[in-house]
Design a protein around this ligand. Structure first.
Ligand code: GLY
Length: 577
């Protein structure tokens, strides 16, 4: 790595000093951070305390799956805006010997939910309390504990028990941890709705007095809940005291989740979705996430063009990326949903031949109009917020895990007496097909609300292989549909532009999701000249720039070392040994 850095610095010196031009993409270390490096094991998560717990699990002989479970529980305590036991997600696992598994622990709609549950008598979508984003009715049945239970039973090392993975987080909840300025300000920033729910108001807003940077933040009820789950096992959450507390608070507040819903929740193993980009195998999450399919569709469309020579931030590349994204997101709206409830033509959508057809409508210097770009023709009859973390263990096994309570602080409801902050994942269904959700996403009939169904997700935990079949890097992100853009641009940055994992994650990016028909861009991400060229092609930009998701990832170097990266757009720590 030191030699590689030296080479890049020397190259940059030659280029700057003598104006020498090279054919291969040059990578300038001087303007970018290096990833964290470790010889053997690494955790990259959005909180240092959670990463440390994962590292400690591996030092005790646990594998990447054991560590991922412990990190997930710790984030529920130290990263309450997204870490959770009141939400759900997806875990992608790649063992060193090539076995690959995907666990779907996405929330399920309660049995009483139905297509029109978030629509008033005049047919309008209900906003605020009682709708799909705020309050008790916004929550799906949480899947995190069931997903971790399945991961441990099927893929854990067998050296550490359930209790061993939960216990390290109990003191963090019981005795507290010191709040950063970011978390203290963020909690107060969400007071409008958190203050409406007594336990949320007391725990997260200090009873209206709010927290300051440096305060010790304690969550005694969450500590008790974790203790019960550690001692009695994962079923406690679904059938024990915790389940009773959730169901009775739901009943008292017009919520939908019952004891029966909790008892019936099931995590599922899914077959990972696979494709290739320039000869590298890409493995990601299949439905009920749209992430893997949309990413592979865009990469398939781009593969025909020489993206590397266009340059990372060029108008030419971003034009093609926008056009490919526009088409893939149009397909998302039409075709993607929970595969247990709707036919999702996944294999057709990620095929190279479908990409070739979709690509035909893209002109090199002219933007399409989203209202004229409909979903493509495929055969149906074929058989604000989230967090991602990545773990590599000493044996080279990898876990790429994304989980969520949807919006920051989910539904804002903390279940009485449990410290559990609940998700608002019901908003990932089409509350009314054709009407935009929290993320401005327009979704179709296939993703309508139905009891027992999983809402469509954009979470994209991904693993990319070297051409010899070994793991090269793993990455994922938070940020609703922008997750997909962040992950696929990280893949492009590494494969086409030769960036290391830190540079690939930090680099500016764009996002286009079909509707609204505008490009989201980042502060300082695009030069005025690039934007002028793209406007000349007919593209529109969002009025104001904003960050596009935030990613974490780990790359395994040629030397076998682990290189961990946390996005410059957010907190976190990549820690290893
Ligand atoms: N709740 C965000 C997602 O699953 O895409």
């Amino acid at each position: 790595m030191i030699r590689a850095t030296y080479r890049r610095v020397a190259t940059a010196f030659l280029l700057i000093t003598f104006g020498i031009t090279l054919a291969a993409p040059a990578v300038y270390a001087s303007a970018a951070r290096e990833p964290a490096r470790a010889r053997s094991a690494m955790v990259a998560s959005q909180h240092e305390l959670a990463s440390k717990i994962g590292v400690e699990v591996m030092r005790r002989g646990g594998n990447a799956v054991d560590a991922a479970i412990a990190v997930g529980i710790a984030l529920a305590v130290v990263y309450p805006e997204a870490g959770n036991i009141g939400g759900g997600g997806f875990m992608l696992i790649r063992f060193k010997d090539g076995r690959t598994h995907a666990i779907d622990y996405r929330e399920m709609a309660p049995a009483a939910a139905h297509r029109d549950i978030f629509v008033d008598k005049d047919g309008n979508v209900i906003r605020g309390e009682g709708g799909s984003t705020i309050g008790y009715r916004a929550s799906g049945v949480p899947g995190t504990i069931a997903g971790f239970e399945m991961a441990l039973a099927k893929f854990g090392s067998g050296k550490l028990k359930w209790k061993d993975l939960i216990e390290p987080s109990i003191p963090l909840a019981r005795d507290g941890y010191v709040l950063t300025n970011r978390l203290a300000s963020l909690l107060e920033g969400y007071k409008e709705h958190l203050s409406k729910y007594p336990d949320s108001n007391r725990i997260f807003l200090n009873n209206g007095k709010y927290f300051k940077e440096g305060d010790l933040f304690k969550q005694p009820e969450l500590a008790m809940t974790l203790k019960r789950i550690a001692e009695k096992g994962p079923r406690e959450f679904y059938e024990g005291e915790t389940a009773k507390l959730i169901a009775s608070d739901m009943k008292a507040n017009n919520g939908l989740i019952t004891l029966e819903d909790l008892k019936n929740y099931k995590a599922k193993e899914r077959t990972p979705i696979r494709g290739t980009y320039r000869g590298h195998e890409i493995i990601s999450m299949p439905p009920p996430s749209s992430g893997g399919i949309v990413m592979l569709q865009v990469l398939n469309m781009l593969e025909e063009w020489d993206i590397a020579s266009m340059g990372h931030n060029s108008a030419a590349k971003y034009h093609l990326f926008t056009e490919a994204s526009r088409r893939a997101f149009a397909d998302r709206a039409e075709y993607m949903a929970d595969p247990d409830f709707a036919d999702v033509p996944a294999a057709s959508l990620v095929s190279k031949s479908y990409a070739a057809t979709r690509r035909k409508g893209i002109e090199p210097k002219k933007a399409s109009l989203s209202r004229e770009v409909k979903f493509g023709e495929v055969s149906i009859s074929e058989g604000q917020d989230t967090t991602h973390y990545t773990v590599v263990d000493p044996a080279g096994n990898v876990v790429s895990n994304t989980y969520t309570i949807n919006d920051l602080y989910g539904s804002r409801v903390t279940i009485k007496g449990t410290g559990i902050l609940m998700n608002d994942e019901m908003d990932d269904f089409a509350a009314r097909p054709g009407v935009p959700n929290l993320f401005g996403l327009v979704q179709g009939e296939r993703n309508k609300v139905e009891g027992g169904k999983r809402p469509l997700s954009s979470m994209t935990p991904t693993i990319v292989l070297r051409k010899d079949g070994s793991v090269w890097f793993a990455v994922g992100a938070r940020g609703g549909p922008r997750i997909i853009s962040a992950v696929m641009q990280t893949v492009i940055n590494v494969i086409d532009h030769g960036m290391n994992i830190q540079q690939a994650i930090d680099a500016p990016r764009i996002h286009h999701q079909w509707l609204p028909d505008e490009i989201f861009h980042e502060p300082y991400g695009l030069s005025p000249d690039t934007m002028a060229i793209m406007r000349g092609f007919g593209h529109k930009f969002a009025d104001r720039p904003g960050n596009i998701a935030s990613a974490t990832g780990i790359m395994i170097g040629n030397d076998g070392a682990r290189y961990g990266a946390i996005d410059s757009r957010s907190d976190g720590a990549a820690i290893g040994y």
